[in-house]
Unconditional design. Structure first.
Length: 499
């Protein structure tokens, strides 16, 4: 059986704890790989390697850093398919979706390639007599990233390229459910010329996470995952004196007004709800239909959903793959099975779905629930699967109030032809990312990604300008150089004068 080991100091390091976790092919249900699970001692060893590397990398020139990043970008481009194949084998998503994930990660690498302009400081000359003031940004030291199973390449690339470009060294703790892509990313970084110890990958479970959160040698922690874990990460790491950005869960709504193009809205709802099998924090999981268009919209969504081809991710005809584990599949199914008892109409029931020849895979079909109540489990919880809830309101105002009452505030969208309504929506809605006739408003790499309320813990969004600020800290330097022709000024105990 294949074993995925740690990547520390620019090379493979075998696990020493004796503990291993299973990695399953979601399409077959078979355990294909085992992954080493680090002990606290192994985490400590990785941190020491990263601390040693920081002594030189943190002082390296911007030219040296960007040379590595440009080479890395070329290698990632050349190995897109290989990375996608690893994602398909361990996550289960279809190959085209995996390629899209790599492409979105590449956007952040490209942003990191331009770090020379992003890290330019500020200078004010002659603020007083021969006094200049400059502001610069410097790296933090060793920083860590804890990433989820649903995007095993993209989310790590949201973190480490920028952190490394800013002069930090990085320890990545990827999901133990699909760890191989992260190791491939690190191997390519070493091939691009990154010095040993600057990027390290440590696999593990809660033991490794808790060790990272408590370790005094780590200055900052980035996290993407569920809201309960994000809250724990933020509370624990902050208590240990670390800077934290912890992105949590979501219940993203799509408000459809009566004037919307219903065909476009239905296409968008199906794509956004069921793409990646619904296993993404930016999935649309609740459609809010306003007024009399609800019946027609639900029917259009149903017609499209029934045509989606579900199958193994390595089958080019598949449009949606299995879920990551059997346990997660069963949990997702429980929301559909209990929906009718909580007042919903089950328009499509995807539970019990199987694929011929892959009967042991973690399969579930597409589910569509109408007339969903706001106090039902299917609405309150982040299901993280291919289940779309439809809620109905009579007015725009009721729809906005319903969305704003949600404890989550990650992303949201409005579908309308009315520019005035769209403008109101983007100002009135309480979410960090808003789409206007765009169902999944994930920002491009040079804008930042992040939600509001229970979808984000910490002050900084991820990547973009927020990401650069998160991985650096500011310093202001005030300088006076006396004119050689002047006599010494002598002692002055008064308050410094600017005029």
């Amino acid at each position: 059986m294949k074993t995925v080991n740690h990547w520390i100091g620019g090379k493979t390091v075998e696990g020493a704890s004796g503990n291993y976790g299973p990695v399953t092919d979601p399409a077959t249900g078979e355990v294909t790989t085992q992954v080493a699970l680090a002990s606290a001692e192994e985490v400590d060893a990785a941190v020491k390697v990263a601390q040693e590397a920081f002594l030189t990398w943190g002082q390296s020139s911007l030219a040296a850093r960007t040379k590595v990043l440009f080479a890395y970008r070329a290698l990632l481009d050349a190995h897109r398919d290989a990375i996608a194949e690893l994602i398909v084998a361990e996550h289960g998503k279809v190959h085209s979706d995996a390629l899209g994930e790599v492409a979105r990660g590449l956007e952040i690498v490209e942003l990191a390639c331009g770090i020379t302009t992003q890290l330019k400081g500020e200078l004010s000359t002659s603020v007083s007599n021969r006094v200049d003031v400059s502001a610069i940004r410097q790296p933090l030291g060793v920083v860590a990233g804890i990433t989820p199973f649903n995007f095993p390449a993209m989310v790590p690339m949201w973190m480490f390229p920028l952190a490394i470009a800013c002069g930090n060294t990085f320890i990545l703790k990827p999901s133990e459910k699909d760890p191989s892509a992260s190791v491939k990313l690190a191997e390519l970084m070493t091939e691009a010329g990154l010095p040993a110890g600057v990027l390290n990958v440590v696999h593990g479970d809660k033991v490794a996470v808790d060790a990272l959160l408590a370790h005094p040698g780590i200055s900052a922690v980035s996290f993407v995952g569920s809201t309960p874990i994000a809250r724990h990460i933020h509370t624990t790491a902050s208590a240990n004196g670390k800077r934290v950005q912890a992105l949590g869960g979501a219940k993203n709504h799509m408000l459809v007004l009566p004037d919307a193009d219903l065909d476009a809205a239905a296409d968008a709802a199906v794509s956004a709800a069921y793409g990646s099998a619904g296993e993404r924090c930016m999935a649309i999981s609740a459609v809010v239909a306003v007024g009399a268009i609800a019946d027609e919209l639900v029917e259009k969504i149903r017609e499209r959903a029934e045509k989606i081809k579900i199958g193994p991710g390595n089958d080019a005809t598949s449009e949606m793959g299995p879920l990551i584990t059997a346990a997660h599949r069963d949990k997702v199914a429980s929301y559909v099975k209990g929906a009718a008892a909580q007042g919903a109409e089950v328009v499509l029931d995807g539970t019990g779905y199987t694929v011929d020849g892959y009967e042991n895979g973690h399969w579930i079909g597409l589910s569509l629930l109408d007339h969903v109540k706001t106090d039902s489990d299917a609405y309150r919880d982040e299901i993280f699967g291919p289940v779309l809830c439809v809620l109905r309101t009579e007015t725009y105002e009721e729809g906005v109030a319903l969305i704003n009452a949600s404890p989550f505030g990650n992303g949201t969208a409005i579908f309308t032809r009315d520019g005035g309504a769209a403008r109101r929506f983007q100002l009135e809605i309480q979410a960090g990312m808003v789409g206007v006739n765009v169902p999944i408003p994930v920002p491009v790499g040079y804008h930042s990604f992040g939600g509001w309320k229970d979808s984000l813990f910490g002050d900084h969004h991820i990547y973009g300008n927020d990401g650069i600020h998160f991985y650096t800290r500011g310093k202001v330097v005030t300088t006076r150089w006396p004119d050689p022709a002047d006599a010494p000024a002598g002692v002055d105990l008064g308050f410094p004068r600017n005029h």
